[in-house]
Design a protein around this ligand. Structure first.
Ligand code: AKG
Ligand code: FE2
Length: 325
């Protein structure tokens, strides 16, 4: 884990960049905000730029920037991402995340997720307490690769904390910390697993603890769980949205879930903390919590970042940062 704590002076200079971008965008246009953020990112404090460049070059698995500006006039936590989108709450914080995100790579969004918005809201929504999406609260969000089904899923999933009054933990397991027995490792390296689009894309709704969301086999894509260099592999896993192609592969999923859970660390994000989770080396999830829907609930902004947007353009039909899944 790598962490940088910004000074008050650095925070003020980031705030000034945000002022300029918000002022330039009278009618908030997220795509324009992203472009302005990309132009302004070279003006971020030198220490922050160096830290993010180093994280990228060294393939840091969990990278935290602490002390980003959160506006004192932040509105109450909305009761779900759709309400957040309508009210436009937290634009300044979206810009803060875009500034860091464009310093690390190429931000993008999915057409099928949160109305095709680039920056997502992660906040509890009434009726979704037990869902398998980020809107859940009462149930553990199990350790997962973000958008596990997609060959061009994010290289980093980033989360900026606006509120987290109960210090609810984001859970992370780093593949580098695992000791996987050789026979299991061999199975995981074979293309014996099928990965499915999750409920945040399909609009269907499964509950945690039920059968999970593994869909019609024809919807899935197959591949291995572990891939890449033998000694420093990458990982692709989401127990709720994958299945084994045979009984051994199914057993391997159960065994791996146990190993991942036992190795989990937790990061309780505080307002102004942004975490950049390497989506190839780390699976992440969330501890359960009690949503109150009183405007003070936990609230994060989320941004997907690719290290090379062309991987997505090459498989698509146009060069849009909002990509069909
Ligand atoms: O709320 C969290 O800490 C993580 C939620 C999550 O997995 C996500 O938004 O992708
Ligand atoms: Fe996630």
């Amino acid at each position: 884990m790598h962490k940088l704590v910004l000074t008050a002076e650095e925070r003020e200079s980031i705030d000034a960049l945000i002022d300029d971008i918000v002022a330039a965008d009278e009618n908030w246009d997220p795509m324009a905000a992203m472009e302005h953020a990309a132009e302004a990112a070279p003006s971020l404090p030198r220490r922050l730029r160096a830290f993010l460049a180093q994280a990228r070059a060294a393939e840091s698995d969990v990278t935290i920037v602490s002390g980003l500006p959160i506006h004192p006039g932040l509105p109450p936590t909305p009761g779900g991402w759709d309400l957040a989108a309508k009210s436009g709450a937290g634009h300044r914080e979206e810009v803060a995340l875009l500034l860091c995100g464009t310093a690390l790579g190429d931000p993008f969004g999915w057409e099928s997720q949160q109305d095709g918005r680039m920056v997502h809201d992660v906040c509890p929504a009434p009726g979704m307490e037990a869902s398998l999406t980020s809107a859940s609260s009462a149930k553990t969000l199990s350790l997962h690769t973000e958008d596990v089904f997609h060959p061009c899923r994010a290289d980093y999933v980033s989360l900026l904390c606006l509120r987290n009054p109960d210090a609810v933990g984001t859970t992370v397991t780093r593949v580098g910390s695992l000791d996987i027995p050789a026979p299991l490792r061999d199975t995981l390296r074979e293309s014996r697993f099928r990965f499915y689009p999750d409920d945040s894309h399909t609009g269907t709704s499964h509950s945690a603890g039920a059968a999970g969301g593994a869909g019609n086999p024809s919807d899935g894509t197959t591949g291995p769980v572990l891939f890449g260099p033998e000694r420093a592999p990458y990982l692709r896993f989401d127990i709720d949205f994958m299945s084994g192609e045979d009984a051994t592969a199914a057993d391997a999923i159960t065994a791996t879930q146990e190993i991942l859970s036992n190795a989990a660390d937790r990061v309780a994000l505080e307002p102004g903390d942004a975490v950049f989770i390497d989506n190839y080396q780390v699976v992440h999830g969330r501890e359960p919590f009690a949503a109150r829907y009183d405007g003070k609930d936990r609230w994060l902004k989320r941004l997907n970042i690719s290290r090379d947007i062309r991987r997505l353009y090459a498989g698509g039909t146009n060069r849009s940062r909002i990509v069909p899944a």
